[in-house]
Design a binder for this molecule. Structure first.
Ligand code: NAG
Ligand code: NAG
Ligand code: NAG
Ligand code: NAG
Length: 340
């Protein structure tokens, strides 16, 4: 980096410095929030009405206005982290916060493929949680609550999953409007939109018929979003198909015009990142792989060790006294594989 700076004009040097760190002094709420939610792996409670993070002023206001929001955010955080760890448990990157166990190599120092993915993931999870909370009546600010409240013939607590409200709350909470419109901000905003849209793509209309003996004289329909796991399937595809971009020779902090934006070629459909992920092979020693095929990639060709372990599970289940299921515990010896 130093040499690069010496041999280049000042402008280029400035670009490379900004590009090497997305954290620039006072970070926009957007970056700070995504990072805070994904980093905090405990259920720590922070002071203030939002509880899950050290909230900015506008976020505090939002949590004050709708007391259900803090629970929704806690659910969103939990869901993002556990789903990530489950989905990536057999991948070289397993949702860890640093690369290769090096404390200095935070995944938030630059915009790696993983950083882009996490922005999408956390935004998707907030959107999903808000939409679900609307359906179960846990959020008072949902747009559809009033509409259903007026209808006394059809009683559902709350309303259908409210994707549009989820999207709105997510963008508000991340303070999209003030995230900036420099190159870095444009990229992160794009990644977040890609994430939110994976929830929208899962939206389905479900209908229920009313009327005598199943005749469909009246029908009630509402929107339902899929389980978060299916959105995660899409998100993982986006992770694999993420597109690497280069910053233009243009200081990152400057607002970009539509012309520059078109040069950046953000196509709205893909996750975008800036820096290549370091080689993670040195950190997969000792990791558990799923099967021999998975070991081949996870262990980077070093091979694996096969061990045996006993796993217990419920078995020989049967009904007793009409309504209770009673099971035995069976122990089975199974193979497991770890990377050399
Ligand atoms: C209640 O909602 C259902 C479905 O939207 C509709 O068919 C019905 O007419 C409504 N009833 C009233 C009283 O508005
Ligand atoms: C970026 O560099 C290209 C050529 O390398 C030049 O044509 C263009 O004007 C530069 N843009 C800016 C904003 O400096
Ligand atoms: C992820 O992998 C690292 C090694 O790369 C390991 O130390 C860590 O325990 C793993 N985390 C999970 C949740 O499996
Ligand atoms: C599994 O349990 C059986 C019976 O209790 C025991 O003989 C065997 O050594 C155990 N295997 C392992 C890997 O612990």
């Amino acid at each position: 980096m130093f040499r690069y700076c010496l041999f280049n004009v000042l402008l280029l040097c400035a670009v490379s410095i900004f590009a090497s760190k997305i954290v620039e002094g006072s970070q926009p709420i957007l970056q700070r929030t995504i990072e805070a939610l994904f980093k905090e792996r405990t259920t720590k409670v922070y002071p203030g009405p939002c509880q899950v993070l050290r909230a900015a002023k506008r976020q505090t206001k939002m949590c004050d206005r709708d007391t259900g929001l803090s629970t929704v955010l806690a659910t969103a955080k939990e869901q993002a982290i556990t789903t990530c760890e489950e989905t990536f448990q057999y991948d070289r990157w397993n949702c860890s916060l640093v690369f290769n166990r090096k404390a200095k190599r935070s995944i938030f120092n630059k915009i790696f493929r993983e950083t882009a993915f996490i922005h999408a993931l956390v935004a998707a999870s907030i959107t999903h949680s808000v939409a679900k909370a609307c359906a179960s009546g846990k959020l008072s600010s949902c747009s559809c609550v009033g509409r259903f409240g007026k209808n006394s013939t059809w009683k559902i607590a709350g309303c259908g999953d409210d994707f549009r409200h989820g999207k709105k709350v997510t963008k508000n909470f991340l303070d999209f409007k003030h995230a900036g419109n420099d190159q870095i901000a444009e990229i992160l905003k794009q990644d977040i939109i890609v994430g939110i849209d994976t929830i929208g793509e899962q939206l389905k209309e479900v209908c229920k018929c009313h009327g005598f003996s199943g005749s469909c004289t009246t029908k009630t329909c509402w929107k339902r979003i899929g389980p978060f796991n299916s959105a995660m399937g899409l998100l993982k595809k986006h992770y694999h198909h993420a597109v690497k971009k280069k910053l233009l020779n243009y200081t990152t902090k400057r607002a970009i015009t539509p012309k520059i934006r078109s040069k950046l070629r953000l196509d709205k459909k893909n996750l975008v990142y800036l820096q290549r992920t370091p080689n993670l092979c040195i950190s997969t020693k000792g990791r558990i792989c799923k099967d021999r095929h998975n070991c081949a990639t996870l262990c980077c060709g070093r091979g694996h060790i096969t061990g045996k372990k006993n796993v217990s599970s419920r078995c020989r289940c049967k009904m007793v006294n009409c309504c209770f299921v009673q099971c035995d515990t069976c122990v089975e010896e199974v193979d497991y594989f770890t990377c050399k």
